[in-house]
Ligand binder design. Structure first.
Ligand code: HEC
Ligand code: HEC
Length: 284
């Protein structure tokens, strides 16, 4: 699985080196809390060109980092789950309702939800991310204010909801009414951005498992999001990660919650169809 093709890409010359640390093929297995067995590699979905096998980002991290994700007592992102569960039961807004007023137990009502988002919403006539759906419930169902798309409240709620799907396979629909957004996301994935003229694929498809500066490049999967970043000491939302990667190519980026990032999220999520939902994951 040596990626050499991209050493010719101008922006990457001098940046890429073969990994000297653990490689994705090391074949370590992720079991959380001694019971949830995660699928961290799977055959690539048929509509994803350029990859034979998909790997969770966990497979590219060093063993100390990997260990933090095997136990919720060690996982520094676990704080957000308690926060999210507390907010689930908190009454807010003009209708005097909490999430629990309509959805009852988070464990039952939200099981499997993360695994299929972003998802086409028939009544809105658009593909919606989990964050957009949560805000829709806040404004339309509760008469409460929308949360900041990538703010702390939203990210904690997303983590708490995602946890209810932990271990289930990502299974995002790419056909039917979602096909247009998916195609837009795919086009973005292969578009070269910024002064470095690099696409997502240049790094995460052509060069995964190589090193870029000090980083061991993964496939840029989002099955572990929201992800706790040691660097920032908090959970990071998918669109924030996209923003950071685009900025690294020295390009103007899109905003969290924009149509562009929703389409990109749908496409990137579908590249992980078959991997387990891992949130909250732990990353450098
Ligand atoms: C007044 C009732 C009501 C309240 C309160 C409410 N929701 Fe909803 N929620 C709904 C309805 C109805 C739907 C289905 C909407 C649709 O499909 O367009 C829904 C759908 C959802 C979904 C998508 C589920 C799926 O299977 O796709 C999520 C996630 C969700 N709500 C989260 C929340 C959260 C988080 C809160 C609290 C911040 C909340 N909801 C508050 C009524 C409510
Ligand atoms: C210049 C190379 C480069 C480009 C271009 C790039 N990324 Fe990244 N990306 C990285 C590095 C380095 C990391 C951190 C190490 C890793 O997880 O791969 C990263 C991490 C990620 C992660 C987190 C993965 C995880 O498991 O934690 C996602 C998601 C991601 N990138 C998506 C994207 C998307 C989408 C694009 C295109 C808009 C993109 N990246 C473009 C270098 C790049």
């Amino acid at each position: 699985m040596k990626r050499t093709g991209l050493l010719q890409t101008a922006g990457l010359i001098g940046l890429i080196a073969m990994a000297t640390t653990a490689t994705a093929q090391d074949d370590s297995q992720l079991v959380v809390n001694g019971e949830i067995e995660m699928v961290t590699d799977a055959p690539a979905p048929e509509n994803i060109g350029g990859l034979k096998t998909i790997y969770s980002g966990w497979r590219f991290r060093q063993s100390e980092m990997q260990a933090l994700q095997t136990d919720d007592f060690e996982n520094p992102g676990a704080y957000a789950i308690d926060e999210g569960v507390e907010m689930w039961a908190t009454v807010e807004g003009s209708e005097g309702k909490s999430c629990a007023s309509c959805h009852e137990d988070i464990e039952d009502s939200m099981a499997g939800v993360r695994a299929v988002y972003p998802k086409w919403n028939e009544s809105k006539g658009q593909v919606m991310t989990l964050a957009q759906q949560i805000n829709d419930c806040r404004t339309e169902q509760m008469g409460a204010e929308a949360w900041k798309y990538d703010g702390g409240d939203m990210t904690s709620m997303e983590a708490a909801i995602s946890l209810q799907s932990r271990g289930m396979p990502v299974n995002v629909a790419t056909d039917g009414p979602a096909a247009d957004a998916w195609a837009k996301g795919e086009e973005m994935y292969y578009t070269r951005y910024g002064q470095l003229e690099l696409s997502c694929a240049n790094c995460h498809e052509d060069n995964y498992d190589n090193n870029i500066r000090a980083d061991h490049l993964s496939q840029g999967q989002i099955n572990g999001f929201p992800a706790f970043r040691i660097k920032t000491g908090k959970l990071t939302q998918t669109h924030n990660r996209f923003k950071g990667c685009i900025r690294d190519t020295r390009a103007e980026t899109f905003s969290p919650g924009s149509d562009e990032f929703v389409a990109l999220e749908l496409y990137v999520a579908s590249r992980g169809n078959g991997l387990s939902v891992e949130a909250p994951s732990v990353r450098p």
